[in-house]
Design a protein around this ligand. Structure first.
Ligand SMILES: Nc1ncnc2c1ncn2[C@@H]1O[C@H](COP(=O)(O)OP(=O)(O)OP(=O)(O)O)[C@@H](O)[C@H]1O
Ligand SMILES: [Mg+2]
Length: 283
């Protein structure tokens, strides 16, 4: 065990879920999930479509409430009514469709809804210089290089936009950062950029919850892996307990792939021998 693993094992979780479940009417979206999110650690939540990933993060981020089990922050049971309440406890969520105004400059988007002002009413003005300076410093501190903070955020690449959103959450004091499929719409190179900032947020001591379909992306930065299937936790393992191959197989369901291969064999024109023996999802 490395020094880092020892300290991670010893730190108390910020977020704990015990037996948490969610019913929408009588549809069970999530059942009996246990999860702990520790500072300085990346917790990956994996699962196929409809597995319950979004439901899980909606509960953690205060958008929906659990109907079963216990959700604790700093050891205390909580039940958030709004995302604002979660944010006040340092739990910030970066959604895939980032809430940005594409035509506004990068620095304006960074401070959107929390603008700095100076002077007293009625002479209160936006403190533009200070905001620009802070954005410049914060992006630098995360290693994010942009040519011009005046450029509309809509002109940045998807990866850069995600990166700015991560730096923003760090600046506004997030302790837990939830990222809902931040790499889903990105190519290999840009995914790498986002993974780099996930690691940077972790190194700043944040607890990161990284939701993804992609076991390769998860394994590059993850300390803990939770795989959901049909609303249930199918695997919950620390990095040293699971290999990338095992994780990939859990995700793709080795058995399901074999069944699919069998079905496809009935369809003329599909050469099943071309299909991989084991789940092999490349980047
Ligand atoms: N508001 C809702 N009302 C009823 N059922 C819902 C609601 N939201 C989700 N569900 C159901 O709960 C299950 C889990 O959905 P969820 O959106 O959490 O999955 P997911 O893992 O995020 O999938 P995806 O990868 O497609 O985003 C699905 O069967 C879905 O149909
Ligand atoms: Mg989802």
């Amino acid at each position: 065990m490395t020094v880092n693993e020892t300290t991670v094992a010893d730190t108390k979780p910020i977020i704990e879920l015990h037996n948490v479940g969610k019913l929408y009417g009588n549809v069970r979206a999530l059942g009996e999930v246990d999860l702990a999110v520790k500072p300085g650690q990346v917790t990956c939540v994996l699962g196929d479509n409809g597995a319950g990933k979004s439901t899980l993060i909606k509960i953690i981020s205060g958008l929906h409430q659990h109907t079963q089990g216990e959700y604790r922050v700093d050891g205390e049971p909580v039940r958030f009514s709004t995302p604002r309440e979660a944010l006040d406890m340092g739990i910030a969520t970066v959604y895939q469709d980032l809430a940005v105004v594409p035509l506004m400059p990068v620095w304006r988007n960074f401070f959107l809804g929390s603008e700095l002002t100076r002077g007293l009413w009625p002479l209160r003005r936006l403190d533009i210089e200070k905001m620009k300076k802070i954005v410049d410093e914060e992006l630098c501190a995360m290693g994010i290089e942009l040519d011009d903070l005046e450029q509309p955020i809509g002109t940045l690449s998807g990866g850069q936009r995600q990166s700015v959103a991560i730096a923003r959450a760090v600046y506004f004091g997030a302790r837990v950062l939830i990222l809902d499929e931040p790499t889903a719409a990105l190519g290999v190179k840009q995914s790498g950029v986002v993974l780099k900032y996930i690691a940077a947020a972790r190194d700043k001591g944040l607890g990161v919850i990284f939701i993804t379909h992609n076991p390769h992306h998860a394994y590059m930065v993850g300390d803990h892996f939770a795989v959901l299937r049909l609303g249930a936790m199918e695997l919950s393992a620390d990095r040293r307990q699971v290999s990338l191959e095992e994780l990939t197989n859990h995700m793709a369901g080795g058995g399901e792939l074999a069944a699919l291969k069998h079905e496809l064999a009935q369809v003329r024109g599909v050469d099943v021998e071309e299909l991989p023996e084991e789940a092999d999802l490349s980047l």
